[in-house]
Ligand binder design. Structure first.
Ligand SMILES: *Cc1c(COP(=O)(O)O)cnc(C)c1O
Length: 356
C-alpha cells in the first residue's frame, strides 16, 4: 500500500456556487498530489499538499526539450454522493505506453490508482453536480534534471491536479464547426501521435489558432503523408455515420487511443450497429455529403464526452451535417455514456469505479 503524507490546507478556497456556470479547466481544488522519481529511490515521497506553485530549475529538461506527458479523466458524484471514476485503468494503461515512448519511468498501476483515489477523496466536496459538470482530473509528469545537454532526465515529478469543470465547448451539445487542416501536420506514424504528450499539442497550436481566426472551434487532422485520410480532431477522436455504418480511424500509430473512442465502439457493438475501424478520406466524406449518405459526425474525448459536428470546412468546400441539429445516434451515445458515468444507467462492462 502506498504511504501518502497528507498536509491539509489551512486556508480552504471558496468553492464555486452551485449555480455558477463553470468553464472547463480554469479553477483548481484545495490540494494536489506530488511524487518524485530519481534513479536511486525510484518513485518516492508521495504526498498530498495544498494546491500551489511548484519550484523548478530554469535548466529543467522539460522546459527545453519537452519531456512531458499527461492524462485526463473525470470524477463524477454518484447518486449516493460517492465519487465515481470512469475506466481509470485505461488511462493508467495508456500512461504506461506514453511513458515508454518518452523514456519516462512509469508510475506503477496500484500507486497511480491509489494517488488518484486519495486526492479525489480529500477534495470530494469540490465535485460539482449540476448537469454537464464534473471534476476534471489531470495527472502529468515531466523530467526535472537541471542539464542543457539533450539527454533523458534522471529525475521526474508526477503531479495530479483537479479542476471542477463545465462543458468543454461553450457550444455545449450544440454542433461545433471544424476546420480541415491540409498544410500542417500534427503527427505521423513513428512519432508521438499515439501518446498523450504535451509536444503533440505544441505541434498543433498554429493550425488551431488559424482555425479560430476563421471562426472554427477545432482542427480536423489528415494523415501526415498524403493529407487525405482523416485521423482525429485536436483533442478528440472522430466518428462518421455513413449509410448506417459507423466509421473511425484505426489505431495506426498516429492517433491517440481514446478511452471514449473505445467505449463508443463497445456501445456500437452492444447495439448491433456496424462499426468499422479503418481509413476514410475527406474526399469520401465530401462525396457522402453530396449523395445524401452522410448521416452524423461526432467527436469523442473525456473532456467533451460526445461532441456533435455540424460543419466541416475543407478547402473551399463547406460540408454541412445534420442541418445544425445534434443527430439522433449522437444524442443516444451522449445520453448513454453520461448516464453510465454518472451511475444512473446500468454498467454492463464494469466501467465505473467507486472512489471509497
Ligand atoms: C486525450 C485525447 C483524445 C481523447 O481521448 P480520451 O481518452 O477519450 O479522453 C483524443 N485525441 C487526442 C489528441 C487526445 O489528446
Amino acid at each position: 500500500m502506498l504511504d501518502i503524507k497528507v498536509q491539509k490546507t489551512t486556508a480552504p478556497k471558496q468553492k464555486p456556487a452551485a449555480d455558477d456556470p463553470l468553464k472547463f479547466g480554469t479553477i483548481y481544488t484545495d490540494h494536489m498530489f506530488l511524487m518524485d522519481f530519481n534513479s536511486e529511490k525510484g518513485w518516492h515521497d508521495a504526498r498530498i499538499v495544498p494546491y500551489g506553485d511548484i519550484m523548478l530549475s530554469p535548466a529543467a529538461v522539460v522546459l527545453h526539450y519537452g519531456q512531458e506527458m499527461f492524462e485526463g479523466l473525470k470524477a463524477y458524484k454518484g447518486p449516493d454522493g460517492t465519487p465515481l471514476l470512469f475506466r481509470p485503468g485505461k488511462n493508467i494503461e495508456r500512461s504506461h505506453m506514453t511513458a515508454e515512448r518518452l523514456c519516462i519511468p512509469p508510475v506503477p498501476e496500484d500507486v497511480f490508482l491509489t494517488a488518484l483515489k486519495e486526492l479525489i477523496k480529500i477534495d470530494a466536496d469540490w465535485i460539482p453536480d449540476a448537469p454537464a459538470t464534473s471534476l476534471y482530473v489531470r495527472p502529468f509528469m515531466f523530467g526535472t534534471d537541471a542539464k542543457l545537454g539533450v539527454d533523458v532526465s534522471d529525475s521526474y515529478l508526477f503531479v495530479i491536479i483537479l479542476s471542477p469543470s463545465g462543458p468543454y465547448y461553450p457550444e455545449g451539445l450544440n454542433p461545433i464547426k471544424i476546420w480541415t487542416e491540409d498544410q500542417y501536420v500534427r503527427s505521423i506514424k513513428g512519432g508521438l501521435g499515439h501518446t498523450k504528450a504535451g509536444a503533440n499539442y505544441a505541434a498543433s497550436m498554429k493550425a488551431q489558432q488559424e482555425a479560430h481566426a476563421n471562426g472554427y472551434s477545432q482542427v480536423l487532422w489528415l494523415d501526415g503523408a498524403t493529407h487525405s485520410v482523416i485521423e482525429e480532431v485536436g483533442s478528440m477522436n472522430i466518428f462518421f455515420k455513413i449509410g448506417g455504418k459507423v466509421i473511425t480511424r484505426d489505431l495506426d500509430g498516429s492517433i491517440l487511443p481514446g478511452v471514449t473512442r473505445d467505449s463508443v465502439i463497445a456501445l456500437c457493438k452492444d447495439w448491433g450497429v456496424p462499426v468499422v475501424e479503418g481509413s476514410l478520406t475527406i474526399e469520401e466524406v465530401y462525396e457522402a455529403s453530396q449523395n445524401g449518405t452522410l448521416e452524423e459526425v461526432f467527436g469523442t474525448g473525456t473532456a467533451a464526452v460526445i461532441s456533435p459536428v455540424g460543419e466541416l470546412r475543407w478547402g473551399d468546400k463547406n460540408i454541412m451535417i445534420g442541418g445544425g441539429e445534434i443527430g439522433e445516434f449522437t444524442q443516444k451515445l451522449y445520453d448513454t455514456l453520461t448516464g453510465i458515468q454518472l451511475g444512473m444507467l446500468p454498467d454492463p462492462h464494469g466501467w465505473v469505479m467507486k472512489v471509497e
